[in-house]
Design a protein around this ligand. Structure first.
Ligand code: IFM
Length: 455
């Protein structure tokens, strides 16, 4: 189906043939089994045990117990009609120390999961890094250390070696902005360090790790290779918006897709961290041909110029920029609900970075769900998803090369520093019994998938 066909259908939001419909999760957020079958500790195990870091003192020790219940979860995905499932591989399960030979029992789990998915007709989309760095690597410097990028590439090769015959789509790194700037900038995420220079070094090394892994995956014959970024249109005073866009979006998009950093970004890096960690040849390594950019979209970023404002710890280089609350409806995370931002973002990506496909690898919302008489009525989530899918459809009509949409998340799960108190799932999880209960939004999503469009 061409864009013209989509347009010809007028206001009926039907998606192009072959559009991929699915859902996403991440290892530490759902698997549990934190000490089973040789899994080593990750920075999130350590962080969760540091008093005051995670709401309620929650940990991912049990989470959704997906490690033991994966077969039931795949059956549920099948019932919902998912065509794709994006999961992440736990590095400390595969390489407990972050280096050396693979732990075969760790890989066995993903082997079983992938086989189950394929038997259910669901395409596995594997993310290699979704924030669970093996603790021994953090002890050796973590992402601010260049060696971590090389360790990541070795690990990627081990995983591809085992699953590459069945997994076609590979996502190297999830949201390097968050891993770098919340992990090492404001310390809200593991490992909880607060050094702006280290945060900038971490960002570069996450990109380098992506590039090294992507190159290796390509040589090994991977079908599709992607990098997933948390991206947002930046709205506000022109100069402040352009600068925040560089810090949030272009810091990752430009090197990965164009092979260069924006000059204004290099100025920030030089001032805050020096440029010693950016070596000759790094940008060529980072700039690997990609099949897809994974887009994680939740809300726009709203800014205003405010002379004298110090830099936000998560945003080195943001002096003079205020991050402002636009008012209006929000999710339970306090995040503004602005579906139009997705249209704007996707159209801009296809315009400014043409030649690479787009896949929404995450979009969804947390609300305070309750189970009543065995049902979860979640009209706000349903409206959120409906609005964002209409926005995605409008983006396709506007020229965005959008190939699919993966809802965040399949299951309620461990929402990082927020623990289990924020529920993003389209399927409710009762953590006491581990019972799964599809919410109204899941049943609605099944209909969307069946129709390949909205009603
Ligand atoms: O839960 C996270 C996910 O791990 C990464 N993207 C954002 C989600 C919601 O905060």
């Amino acid at each position: 189906m061409t864009i013209a066909d989509v347009e010809a259908r007028g206001r009926t939001p039907v998606f192009p043939d072959g559009f991929v419909w699915g859902a996403a999760t991440a290892a530490y957020q759902i698997e549990g089994a934190a000490r089973e079958d040789g899994r080593g500790p990750s920075i999130w195990d350590t962080f969760c045990r540091t008093p005051g870091r995670v709401a309620g003192g929650h940990t991912g020790d049990v989470a959704c117990d997906h490690y033991h219940r994966y077969a039931q979860d795949v059956a549920l995905m099948r019932e919902l009609g998912l065509g794709a499932y994006r999961f992440s591989v736990s590095w400390p399960r595969v390489q407990p120390d972050g280096s050396g030979p693979a732990n075969p029992r760790g890989l066995d789990f993903y082997d079983r999961l992938v086989d189950r998915l394929l038997a259910a007709g669901i395409a596995p989309y594997a993310t290699l890094y979704h924030w669970d760095l093996p603790q021994p690597l953090e002890d050796h410097g973590g992402w601010p250390s260049r060696d971590t990028a090389h360790r990541f590439a070795d690990y990627a090769a081990l995983v591809h070696g085992r699953l590459g015959d069945r997994v076609r789509t590979w996502i190297t790194v999830n949201e390097p902005w968050v891993a770098a700037f919340l992990g090492y900038g404001n310390g809200v995420h593991a490992p909880g360090r607060t050094d702006p220079a280290d945060a900038l070094r971490a960002a570069h090394h996450l990109l380098l790790g992506h590039g090294l892994a992507a190159s290796l995956l390509r040589t090994a014959g991977a079908g599709e290779i992607a990098l997933t970024l948390n991206l947002a249109p930046v709205i506000g005073d022109e100069e402040a918006a352009a600068r925040a866009d560089i810090l949030l979006n272009r810091q990752f998009l430009d090197p990965a897709l164009r092979g260069s950093y924006p000059p204004d970004l290099l100025e920030v890096v030089e001032r805050v961290a020096g440029l010693g960690h950016v070596r000759d040849g790094d940008l060529a390594l980072i700039n690997q041909p990609l099949d897809l950019v994974g887009v994680n979209y939740y809300n726009p970023c709203y800014v205003a110029s405010r002379p004298g404002q110090p830099a936000d710890p998560a945003w080195p280089g943001s002096e003079g920029i205020a991050f402002v609350d636009p008012g209006g409806p929000t999710t339970a995370m306090g995040w503004p609900i602005a579906p139009d931002g997705l249209t704007r973002l996707l159209v801009r990506l296809s315009r400014d970075y043409s030649g690479v496909g787009l896949l929404v690898t995450e979009n969804g919302a947390a609300f305070d769900d309750v189970v009543v008489d065995g049902r979860v009525h979640d009209p706000e989530r349903l409206a959120y998803l409906d609005g964002h899918l209409r926005a995605a459809h409008a983006a396709i009509a506007g020229g965005a090369d959008l190939r699919g949409y993966l809802v965040w998340s399949l299951l309620d799960n461990f929402e990082w520093a927020e623990g289990y108190r924020r529920r993003f799932g389209i399927v409710h999880v009762d953590y006491a019994t581990q019972r799964r209960l599809p919410k109204d939004s899941a049943l609605w999503y099944r209909g969307v998938i069946e129709r390949n469009g909205l009603a």
